[in-house]
Design a protein around this ligand. Structure first.
Ligand code: ATP
Length: 739
């Protein structure tokens, strides 16, 4: 972990070095850390030299010796005095050889010293000219390289040997730059302040990295600061040292730059730092994950959040370059510590959660097993209960079947009883008489004198009329009817005796109800009612129809009825259709077939379902009926009108179809011709009317006498009513009269 931290601390410096290297910017901080270390070791137990120039000279001497080897650099002591240093180098041989090592072939011909050691002690055996040749070649070349030079006179006593030292160190710096792969423009930064060996910080670097303390500045430039770039004063405060070194590098770089270029360089630096930092952080997190053995827990989301959080911090433009190192280090340390601690906490939480989950699951499994056992027990109980219920249902079904059989038998019996009842009912009607004649006495109309009445006596079924004799002898005639209705009889009372016949229509019988009497006697009043109808004044027709539909609806569970209506008129012995929609009441033929119960098949047959349907048709028929005024009655009908209701009922149980019909006839007036004072066409109409009424009287008389021959064919009226006047037919005749 300690090594990693050091790497992290060095990372920023390395990144900056790479950055400078990529941009071909060279900065020198004077001395090599390895040299410093060696010097530190050398002077470890002794008093340290206090003159910084000595330290730099030693460094230069050591480098020359190291470069030329033990033999080549034997003339130069490792830690030479100023005098020794000048003497060893003033022949120029060592300098040229070192230069050739740095730049092979830089000085093609070095004037060497003679092999005779006697004449080689200080080089004095050679001529000054020969030595001068070496120094001249050396100085020309290093000047071309941009290395600070010196004067030949500096080798003399009192000369500036420091300039020679500086030149050597610059050459050293150049070589190190080259060895580290340096290319492009090389600049030397002069640093005259000596390094303090005893407190020099150990600077760890990779072999491939460029030495940050070996960069040089331009020879012509003046050091901008006396502060050493690697002034690492405290080996225990590594962060501060790193920050200082970075600060020194940054300052060195910026010192020689144009003001406007600095922001761009800073931005690029920060980008490089961020990229390297992210890479290191990712690697570090990966290692932590692997070591913790908990990859799943620390997912990419956490890592991404850490990185993005650090990115945000680093990308904040308000931070200066001097804060970059601190931010990076703090983030790295915080990230490492927090991640490890977080992982440990997460491991513990996971273990606790896992344990808790396992216990819960075991508890759930135990409960489910208990429930399963209970369910099995319940299932057995339910099965037993179902078997018992099944047995009970079986018994009940058997019992119900027996009851149903009995009910079916009873229903069949009920149908038989109904049929019997119907027959008995109609037998009763027969006993009452298939032709029933009722008499109704019209009250006096307003303006008529009641003293003129001829009704002498009126009973339940008899009516006595006073008949003045032609010969002055008072007489009396008595007539017998099924029933006699007096002037005060209501419409309802008149209909009550006819009502039982309506049920017979639904049972398949034919019924004919008609009113007979002279003009103005009240036939229309009895059959239809007055002009202004109320519930009390409704005539026989309305009441019969209402009763018919009411009974059919009551029987709808057992019978299905189809009811339709025809309305015919017999005028001057011609049959006309009063419901013809085309307005043409053409002459119709009366058929003698009674198979389908319809005697005039060409007449309009309209299906109806309610009483109002029939009334609507009756109104239409009334409009088409021929009416003309006579002296006797301004409403006198000059024709017979017949409303026929055809009923077809299907017994839903037996499927038997019953057909019945009901004729509601309003006969024309039966006045005497001499009394009505009509002539011409009216006379002809009256003759037809009287003839047909006479024929009707003959038929009824023949039927009542049960004659073999019934004269139906004597008139259109009797032909039309034939099926209603024959066997199994009922006729109700209301004879109206007034006196
Ligand atoms: N029972 C009654 N109570 C009160 N008014 C009646 C009664 N019967 C008939 N009338 C009245 O007597 C007048 C003649 O009656 P109605 O028109 O019914 O005679 P009718 O026999 O039909 O004549 P027609 O043969 O000319 O058609 C009508 O004004 C009618 O309102």
């Amino acid at each position: 972990m300690a090594t990693e931290q050091q790497d992290s601390q060095l990372c920023l410096a390395t990144i900056l070095e790479d950055f400078l290297k990529q941009r071909n910017i060279q900065v020198s901080v004077g001395v090599d850390s390895s040299s410093l270390k060696k010097a530190d070791e050398t002077f470890g137990g002794r008093d340290l030299p206090v003159d910084p120039s000595d330290l730099r000279r030693y460094e230069a001497a050591r480098w020359v010796r190291n470069t030329l080897g033990v033999v080549g650099g034997r003339d130069l002591p490792a830690d030479p005095s100023e005098e020794d240093f000048r003497i060893a180098l003033r022949s120029g041989i060592l300098l040229c050889n070192v230069l050739n090592r740095v730049k092979p072939g830089a000085v093609p011909k070095v004037v060497e010293a003679p092999n005779d050691p006697l004449v080689n002690q200080d080089g004095a055996a050679l001529s000054a000219f020969q030595y001068f040749e070496n120094l001249r070649n050396f100085l020309v070349f290093v000047e071309e390289m941009g290395i600070p030079t010196f004067e030949v006179s500096d080798f003399e006593k009192g000369g500036k040997s420091a300039r020679i030292v500086e030149c050597v160190l610059a050459l050293k710096s150049y070589r190190e730059w080259k060895q580290s792969g340096g290319s492009g423009t090389w600049r030397y930064i002069l640093n005259s302040k000596p390094t303090t060996f005893g407190i020099a910080k150990q600077y760890k670097r990779k072999d491939s990295e460029v030495p940050v303390d070996a960069v040089t500045n331009s020879p012509s430039s003046t050091p901008s600061s006396e502060q050493p770039l690697l002034d690492q004063s405290d080996s225990n405060t590594k962060n501060d040292g790193t920050a200082s070194s970075i600060d020194a590098i940054v300052r060195a770089v910026f010192s020689d730059m144009k003001q406007e270029d600095i922001p761009v360089i800073v931005e690029d630096m920060l980008k490089s730092v961020m990229v390297e930092y992210e890479r290191r952080l990712a690697t570090q997190n990966e290692l932590l994950l692997m070591s913790a053995g908990n990859r799943d827990k620390l997912g990419s989301g956490d890592l991404g959040r850490t990185i993005s959080g650090n990115e945000e911090t680093l990308s904040d433009a308000s931070y200066g370059e001097e804060n970059v190192t601190e931010i990076v280090n703090n983030n790295m340390e915080a990230s490492q510590d927090s991640n490890v601690e977080e992982l440990e906490n997460q491991d513990y939480e996971l273990y606790a959660i896992s344990k808790e989950k396992t216990e819960k699951q075991q508890l759930i499994i135990e409960r489910q097993q208990t429930h399963t056992e209970e369910l099995k027990h319940d299932l057995k109980a339910v099965k037993a209960g179902l078997s018992l219920l099944q047995m009970k249902y079986q018994q009940e079904f058997t019992s119900l079947g027996k009851h149903l059989h009995g009910l079916t038998y009873a229903a069949t019996g009920y149908q038989r009883v109904l049929e019997e009842n119907r027959k008995l009912y109609n037998q009763v009607q027969d006993l009452k008489g298939s032709i029933r004649v009722y008499c109704r006495v019209r009250p006096f109309l307003p303006g008529q004198k009641s003293v003129l009445t001829t009704v002498d006596h009126l009973e339940d079924s008899t009516l006595s009329i006073a008949t003045p004799s032609k010969y002055g002898k008072e007489g009396q005639k008595t007539f017998t009817f099924n029933k006699v209705f007096g002037p005060s009889a209501s419409q309802e009372a008149v209909f009550a005796d006819t009502q039982p016949l309506i049920r017979s229509v639904l049972d398949g019988y034919n019924v004919c109800i008609f009113a007979y009497g002279q003009t103005g006697s009240g036939k229309t009043f009895t059959m239809m009612g007055p002009n202004e109808l109320t519930d009390e004044t409704l005539g026989v027709n309305y009441r019969a129809l209402s009763d018919l539909f009411h009974l059919s609806s009551v029987r709808k569970e057992t019978f299905s009825y189809n009811i339709s209506v025809q309305m015919l008129e017999i005028y001057n012995e011609q049959v006309r259709d009063l419901l013809a929609t085309n307005g043409q009441t053409s002459r119709l033929e009366i058929r003698n077939s009674t198979q389908d119960g319809i005697n005039v098949p060409e007449a309009t047959l309209v299906p109806v379902s309610t009483t109002s349907d029939v009334i609507h048709l009756m109104n239409i028929g009334q409009k088409n009926r021929a009416v003309s005024a006579t002296a006797m009655n301004d409403r006198s009908s000059r024709s017979h009108s017949c409303l026929t209701v055809h009923v077809q009922g299907k017994d839903l149980t037996s499927g038997v179809t019953l057909r019945g019909s009901m004729h509601l006839v309003d006969l024309a007036g039966s006045e005497r011709i001499d009394k009505s004072e009509v002539t011409g066409d009216r006379l002809k109409e009256a003759q037809h009317i009287n003839k047909s009424l006479s024929a009707l009287g003959d038929v009824i008389a023949s039927l009542s006498q049960k004659n073999n021959h019934i004269p139906y064919r004597n008139s259109k009226l009797t032909q039309l009513l034939q099926d209603a006047l024959g066997n199994q037919q009922y006729s109700s005749v209301t004879e109206s009269s007034h006196v």
